[in-house]
Design a protein around this ligand. Sequence first.
Ligand code: G3P
Ligand code: MG
Length: 248
Amino acid sequence: MSDRANDLRLPPIIGHRGAAADAPENTLAGFRAAARLGVSWVEFDVQLSADKVPVVIHDRRLDRTTSGHGVVRRTPLSRLRQLDCGSWFSPAFVGEPMPTLAEALSEITRLGLGANIEIKPDRGWEAMTAAVALETAAAIWPEAAPPPLVSSFDRQCLAVARQTVPQWPRGLLCRSLPSDWRRAAEEFACASVHCHHRLVTPERVAAVRKAGYQVLAYTVNDRAQAQRLWNWGVSAVFTDSPGVLSPA
Ligand code: G3P
Ligand code: MG
């Protein structure tokens, strides 16, 4: 392992979008659910509102996970704040707001969790999304806490992450391992490579680890599959169902 990868201390289970099977994804309630379920790190997705405030939501559009419609980047924060991000999931979460990145990080810090910030830019806003999100995060995140892991499918975002918060670890996020993964992981000085769990093989894990990077796999909601991946040398799996992967 490289020093960068060695310095990245991850738990075997990372809550995906909080704990997406137990509470509405990418909400403060979701982070609290993850903590209650014993998770010590959470992953979540960050985009920009129309007025360039980083907010926590996965889809480009509001329709699936909020009471609103339309595209996140065309909607100002004042409108995003009026949306209900919990009702679609369950009546128990009526009125759950869309967190800003600042609110998300404050709650995650309060809960004592680690954070994987996934930068999910809309097209044309790649560098700006990463820069604004990471400047915001750097102003909030406590120096004493383990630094967040910054990941993105978008390489411009990883380049900006390297410039903006060079001291924070970076993860090369992909579906399958791309043919140029070595070059990319080196270019962005990554600590880890994150792949879709169905596209992870023992050979790929061995190759990535040999090159000095940790391997993470998403999204694993089956205990036997998680165990298989850990046995192959995968450091951590992202799961919607922490309770299923680590039954009490
Ligand atoms: O970061 C791992 C995983 O969250 C990537 O896929 O679409 O769930 O953000 P997605
Ligand atoms: Mg994600």
